[in-house]
Design a protein around this ligand. Structure first.
Ligand SMILES: C[S@@+](CC[C@H](N)C(=O)[O-])C[C@H]1O[C@@H](n2cnc3c(N)ncnc32)[C@H](O)[C@@H]1O
Ligand code: SF4
Length: 411
């Protein structure tokens, strides 16, 4: 899942960096740029799931693929001056359900990215797919166009749970989709959710065992959350597991995954050695990303500023605005101030179990580490941050109380 940080609407003046002593920090100054990845949002699904607050909309029959691809080209062309000459290390096609794109549509999309951007020859190219839209032939075609990683939204292997979650597939389809994906591309991720209505510890273990039995190299495991403005928020499901049960599930999953050779490397991610999601790791390491498509978020660094952008969310409005080429497809655009950057940075990097080299802080925020010395001291003093000066990394206790640790870096 892409990490998003709330940003101020376009037009609102960014708070200028302050040069005063005390809490105010200097405007960021970067001596090098971090790796750049590209996120492409495909906003349609067969049906809207009752728990989901992603920018996803039930497709009314066919998706408007031609209009979407034309708008995406216009969006990308207008963004090019911001990323000119930079190498792109990964691409993530997220949604929504990108596997609703036809093979020809996806081929055109990737050809467009290659034509306009300097895409690394071995770039990781991930596509999200719903098992209910999986077809062996189409998966092979996607692979022939360059997709080398598929991420399947499995959620559970329990048919009753899948029905309660409003999914369009059953467990049999989920298993067949995994086999098709593994036959088509070298790398496959499975998304599972846990703490589902009425789910027991044993049922959660059973889901994870089935997922691992497919020889899976990467698992994403999300705690089911009740998001505002979803059907579940309005009509909450009964018998949701309590926090202690959810915590026990998490521990159990970690142990089962470890037995199968998958280490937990981020709050929600487990991988075999070498199988980490390079695209998501770039988010968590405070790398840059260009986000195109409706509602996509971006973070782009320049020598003197870090820019955050969000595209117009509504698919029809975004399509019309992108092809109008008047900038109105950008809903929000603002510079992160030097005061905000320590928290933004820690919000991401501390999610990684191993953290990041301490040098990344100054390199990627443009703010010196000395400027946050007192917060670092407080976090270390509370036993939440590892004392190793060469890394920024949560202690096991800090990881268990991650929100508290991250909040120490709020200005
Ligand atoms: C864009 S979807 C994946 C692809 C496809 N749309 C699908 O669902 O099969 C991203 C993932 O986010 C997770 N997700 C969505 N809403 C969630 C929620 N409220 N709580 C926890 N996980 C959620 C699901 O695991 C889902 O697979
Ligand atoms: S299919 Fe995926 S993106 Fe679409 S509504 Fe369901 S969880 Fe959300």
């Amino acid at each position: 899942m892409p990490i998003t940080i709330p940003i101020r609407p376009a037009g609102a003046a960014p708070t200028p960096g302050r040069a005063s002593a005390g809490a105010g920090l200097m405007r960021p100054g970067l001596t090098s740029l971090p790796p750049l990845s590209v996120y492409v949002h495909v906003p349609w699904c067969v049906r809207k799931c009752p728990y989901c607050d992603f920018n996803s909309h039930a497709a009314d029959g066919e998706i408007p693929e031609r209009a979407y691809l034309d708008a995406l080209r216009a969006d990308l062309e207008q963004a090019l001056p911001q990323v000119w000459g930079r190498q792109v290390t990964s691409v993530f096609l997220g949604g929504g359900t990108p596997s609703l794109l036809s093979a020809a549509g996806l081929d055109e999309l990737l050809a467009m990215l290659r034509a306009y951007l300097n895409l690394w020859p071995d770039a990781e190219i991930t596509m999200e797919a719903n098992p209910g839209t999986a077809e062996a032939g189409r998966f092979r075609d996607y692979a022939a166009s360059g997709v080398n990683r598929l991420s399947l939204g499995i959620q559970s292997f329990d048919d009753a749970q899948l029905r309660a979650l409003g999914r369009i597939h059953d467990a049999g389809q989920a298993r067949r989709a995994i086999a098709m994906a593994q036959a088509a591309v070298p790398r496959v991720n499975l998304d599972l959710m846990f703490a589902l209505p009425g789910q027991t510890l044993q049922a959660c273990q059973a889901d994870v065992r089935v997922a691992l039995s497919h020889g899976t190299e990467h698992l994403s495991l999300y705690h089911l959350t009740m998001e505002p403005n979803t059907v579940f928020a309005k009509f909450p499901p009964e018998h949701l597991p309590d926090d202690d049960t959810a915590a026990a599930m998490q521990d159990e999953v970690e142990a089962l995954a470890a037995e199968a050779g998958l280490a937990r490397y981020e709050v929600s991610a487990y991988a075999r050695p070498g199988a980490r999601c390079r695209h998501n790791v770039n988010y968590w390491e405070f790398g840059d990303y260009l986000g195109i498509g409706p509602g996509a978020h971006g973070k782009l660094s320049f020598h003197d500023r870090i820019l955050r952008e969000a595209r117009t969310r509504n698919p029809e409005r975004w399509m019309a605005a992108a092809v109008a080429r008047d900038g109105s497809h950008i809903a929000e655009s603002r510079e992160s101030t030097a005061d905000e950057l320590p928290f933004e940075f820690m919000l991401n990097v501390l999610r990684l179990k191993e953290g990041v080299p301490a040098t990344y802080f100054a390199e990627r925020t443009g703010v010196s580490l000395a400027a946050i010395a007192h917060q670092l001291e407080a976090a270390t003093g509370k036993g939440l941050l590892d004392a190793d000066p060469t890394r920024l990394k949560a202690t096991p206790r800090g990881w268990a109380f991650l929100n508290d640790l991250q909040a120490l870096f709020l200005n």
